[in-house]
Design a binder for this molecule. Structure first.
Ligand code: IPM
Ligand code: MG
Length: 387
């Protein structure tokens, strides 16, 4: 099958890591008989430099025409003094809103190979895990196109005060909750709604909607937790969580916290999804009967642009490579291809390859500290060696 993928490398280490993910995607295409057509697009600081705008209209339009979008990172010190509406981060918000990808899936699991990079003690991990193992595997489902990020904001006339508003409609809450329930259904069937309902009215609406929506998922256990407690529980007992569903701002904060538990923010992939759609254009034009099922999605590592190490062949490309795996799974329904990438990453870690962010503090026996390109190559080799 033919698929089109928009590539938005962006700024800083974005181009470094996206290049490696593309190599991996190409190897998968070869191996499994697919064709991925890439459309490279500018967004973020590089777009400001070349067009004056963080998200040129053509970028958004072209991205919409593709089947899915793979993004590196945007932003950097060069653009930090620009006014809010012209900052590179606007590109990210504009893409998320423009593509309608309201459910941001941010998995955080402790890989056995990176146990040593996790700052939590064994006994703490064990105590919170129902199966008693020193590990955790959770998924944060962050609402991505509403809340404080998109609410009304401004300054008073005298400039002495400023405001941002948290607004959520029932519909916005319901659809992201349903994304969370669908994810929980194929995981450990636990969903925790994280909010600040002891203070915020919008959070109370989240709970009201959750009380209704949860009735449609009787085999999934629904619980509620205040966000301050959740921030604490994540480091105290991460094994208690399966799926966390939360607002845009809380999800932003909690996912950075969760990333540290996995050893490095350089490992965390993410998928941002909207409603699914069937795209039959390619099938029709090629005369094939089968319509291809495509769900538009935006895929990105959750780390930022790390300008201090950009272009130095140091950055960890695994989060972006794992984001490409999520792209194949959620946008194209290519489950075995997605698993092939995930297995290749796992095998690469087994073989001892580490970028410096995930190097063992104790210096493990078979550890090989490598750069961005060599890590990408190691994943390709692992992919080739699969049966
Ligand atoms: C993230 C990032 C972005 C966000 C920034 C870069 C706007 O922190 O994706 O988590 O806050 O959503
Ligand atoms: Mg963030």
């Amino acid at each position: 099958m033919n698929y089109s993928i928009a590539l938005v490398p962006g700024d800083g280490i974005g181009p470094d890591v996206v290049a490696q993910a593309v190599e991996v995607l190409d190897a998968v295409a070869d191996k499994y008989g697919h064709v991925f057509n890439y459309v490279e697009l500018e967004a973020g600081g590089c777009a400001i430099d070349s067009t004056g705008e963080p998200l040129p209209a053509e970028t958004l339009e072209a991205a919409k025409q593709c089947d899915a979008v793979l993004l590196g990172a945007v932003g950097g010190p060069k653009w930090e003094t620009l006014p809010g509406h012209l900052r590179p981060e606007r590109a990210l918000l504009g893409l998320r809103a423009g593509l309608g990808v309201y459910a941001n899936l941010r998995p955080a699991a402790l890989l056995p190979q990176l146990r040593d990079a996790c700052p939590i003690k064994d006994e703490v991990l064990r105590a919170s895990n129902p199966n008693g193992e020193a590990t955790f595997d959770l998924l944060i489902v962050r609402e991505l196109t509403g809340g404080l990020y998109f609410g009304e904001r401004g300054r008073s006339a005298d400039g002495n005060s400023a405001f941002d508003t948290e607004t959520y409609s029932k519909e916005e809450i319901e659809r992201v909750l349903r994304s969370g329930y669908r994810a929980a259904a194929v995981r450990r069937k636990k969903l925790c709604v994280v909010d600040k309902a002891n203070v915020l009215e919008s959070s109370r609406l989240w709970r009201e909607v959750a009380a209704v929506v949860s009735k449609d998922y009787p085999d999934i256990e629904t619980t509620y937790m205040y966000v301050d407690n959740c921030a604490m529980q994540l480091v105290r007992a991460p094994g208690q969580f399966d799926v966390i569903v939360t607002s845009n701002l809380f999800g932003d904060i909690l996912s950075d916290e969760a990333s540290v538990l996995t050893g490095s923010i350089g490992m965390l992939a993410s998928a941002s999804l909207g409603d699914s759609s069937a795209a039959s254009a390619n099938a029709a034009s090629s005369g094939k009967a089968a319509a291809k099922q495509v769900t538009m999605g935006l895929y990105e590592p959750i780390h930022g642009s790390a300008p201090d190490i950009a272009g130095q062949d140091i950055a960890n490309p695994l989060a972006t490579i794992l984001s490409a795996a999520m792209l194949l799974r959620y946008s194209f329904g290519l489950e075995k291809e997605a698993q092939a990438i995930e297995k290749a990453v796992s095998d690469t870690l087994d073989a001892g390859y580490r970028t410096r962010d995930i190097a063992s503090r104790k210096g493990a026996a078979n550890e090989k500290i490598v750069g961005t390109k060599e890590m990408g190559k190691a994943v390709l080799t692992a992919l080739e060696h699969q049966k």
